[in-house]
Structure formats: C-alpha cells, structure tokens
Design a protein around this ligand. Structure first.
Ligand code: AKB
Length: 319
C-alpha cells in the first residue's frame, strides 16, 4: 500500500481515518476526498484533498489516475436514517458508488479495496443476541439493503476477478472529533455534547433500546489491521462482524451521570426507533478475532470517561 484514496473523508469515520493513515503511510500518500462539505484546515493542509462524486466514475478515475492510487478506503455512503428519507439517492450513492469503485479497482488493478459494512445488514428475522457472522441478512432499510449488496458484490469481485476486497460490519461509532450524520446510532454522540453543554438531552430512542457500539480509536485500528492482515489467514472478506460494547440509552445515561451527576435524559422515540428495533443487541465477532486477531480496547466505562474529557477540552477551549 503506497498511494491511498479515502472517499467520504470529511465524514465521522473518514476524518479520523485520514489522520491515522497519514501518520502511518506519510501525508502525501493519503488523498482525502469529500463530496460537498469543506474539509477542515488540518485535513486540507496536511495532505492532498480532492472533491469527488462517487456516482460519477469519471470523477473517481480522475483522482485515481492523478495520484497513481493503489488502495481505496471507500467510506462515502448515506446512513440509515437519511437513507429512509431518501432511498433513491441512497441507492445511487451506496450501490452505484460502490460499483464504480469496484470497476475502477479492476481497470487500474488496485491492490486493495476496503469498504465498511454495518450492523444494518441484519434485520428483524436475524437472531438479536450474539448475532453470528453467518446468519439471516434481510434488512428492512435501504441502507441495510445497500450494505448487503456491497458485501455480496465485494465477495463476488474477489472470487471472480481476484480483487482484494475487505470489510468490517461496524456497530454504531462514538467519536469526539467529527459529528456523525444521518444515522440511527448518532444519539450516542449527541448525548455527550448535550450533557456537557446543557446537562440535559432528549433521546429519540427508547431507554431500553440496546445496540452494539464502538469507540472510534478501536474502529480505526480495526479497519487498518484488517487491511494489513495476511490474506492467507482470511476466510471471510467483505463481512467481518466487529464488536466492542453494547448498551441502551439508559445505561449510557447512568455512565455519564457518574461524571456529570446533574445530567438528565428524556426519551421521545421517533421513526429511528423502528430501525433500531430491527438491529441486533450484541454481536459475535469471533471470526475477526480468529482470522486477524481483532480485539477492542474500549468498553462503556473507558469510552465515556475519554469522550467527556476530550469534549470538555474541545467545547471549553472553543474548538
Ligand atoms: C447508522 O446508524 O446508520 C450507522 C450504522 C450502524 O451503520 N451508524
């Protein structure tokens, strides 16, 4: 891996992945690409930045040729909640966008393509507890449908054409640097900002709505470790379950209250509740552990402590 392109670089995961990859492989070797949102000063000045539209193959090809790219981390996607508001756009961005990346992978003989999948591949018929890697994939959201399609296409291109495609099924990701946008698990980030700023939060999920979650440092380390794993050890490719912790809004509230005792949370479920109800509560990630040594470092307690510390610094120092 010498020349890496990260699509969706301005998003929640992309912004921290670009930073980690630039640290590891050198600033000039990691091209960050966004769609319309402006990059931060730090992203723009620390290495190359380009605007691309993943629904246009030419737009991606221009950047792949310009920088002689050999690896793509394809993060550009519309998440679950916005996906239900705009299913047609989600189809184009998530499925046509991925198809463009796969075809570019073949045309330019790319070394590797990394694409995050999600717990959204699961649906109401999937076992909810300790959900296995191999199980029923019948999601009820367009985002979930697009992620199942992405996993199947990735495995197909690997088997049929030998394209080295790898992916992890992320749970909800909690992070202090960039806000998530348009997902069902976003409450688990918003709650921290409101707890610090206003000492109260209105949660759009029920208090007992347990979902699998992960802290960003684990999410970033996980995908880079999978990219670097020896292909000989991989029995899966596009679809590794990844787990770290599972909690409900009420359990997260209690953990925050250990540090901010005045904090109060109200619950007013909206349409995102139905999406959350279709997803698992906990995940079995033994395939990732066995095949490439995955192990999370953060649990609910250590994540909460670190989030509050980082956000207090950011909020009170005026960013
Ligand atoms: C979402 O809530 O849509 C995402 C996800 C679980 O993939 N965070």
């Amino acid at each position: 891996m010498e020349r890496i392109l990260v699509t969706g670089a301005v998003g929640q995961i992309g912004s921290e992945l670009v930073e980690a990859l630039r640290k590891k492989y050198g600033n000039e070797n990691v091209v960050a690409a966004g769609h319309k949102t402006k990059p931060t000063e730090e992203m723009r000045t620390s290495g190359p930045f380009e605007f691309i539209d993943v629904t246009s193959r030419e737009s991606i090809e221009r950047v792949v040729k310009k920088y002689n790219i050999d690896t793509i981390y394809h993060l550009a996607a519309i998440l679950s909640a916005i996906g239900e508001e705009k299913p047609q756009l989600t189809f184009r961005v998530n499925i046509i966008g991925l198809y463009n990346i796969l075809e570019i992978g073949l045309k330019y003989k790319l070394e590797r393509i990394m694409v995050p999948s999600s717990i959204a591949v699961f649906g109401p018929q999937t076992p909810k507890e300790n959900t296995p890697n191999e199980t029923i994939l019948r999601p009820t959201t367009m985002y979930g449908v697009s992620k199942v399609a992405g996993e199947l296409l990735g495995d197909y291109y690997y088997r049929r054409f030998g394209l080295d495609f790898r992916g992890v099924r992320y749970p909800g990701i909690i992070s202090s640097k960039t806000l998530p946008g348009g997902g069902t698990t976003d409450y688990a980030v918003e709650i921290f900002y409101e707890a610090i700023k206003k000492k109260k939060y209105k949660c759009y999920l029920r208090k007992d709505s347990t979902l699998p979650m992960m802290y960003m440092p684990d999410a970033i380390r996980g995908i880079i470790e999978l990219a670097e794993a020896d292909i000989k050890n991989l029995k899966h490719h596009s679809d590794y379950n990844l787990a770290a912790m599972s909690f409900s809004p009420e359990e997260l509230t209690k953990e925050i209250q250990r540090i901010i005792p005045e904090f109060k949370c109200e619950y007013k479920p909206d349409s995102r509740q139905e999406i959350a109800d279709s997803w698992p509560k906990s995940i079995d990630d033994s395939a990732a552990r066995e095949e490439w040594g995955w192990k999370p470092e953060y649990n609910l307690q250590s994540m909460t402590k670190d989030m509050i510390q980082k956000l207090r610094e950011k909020i009170f120092k005026g960013f």
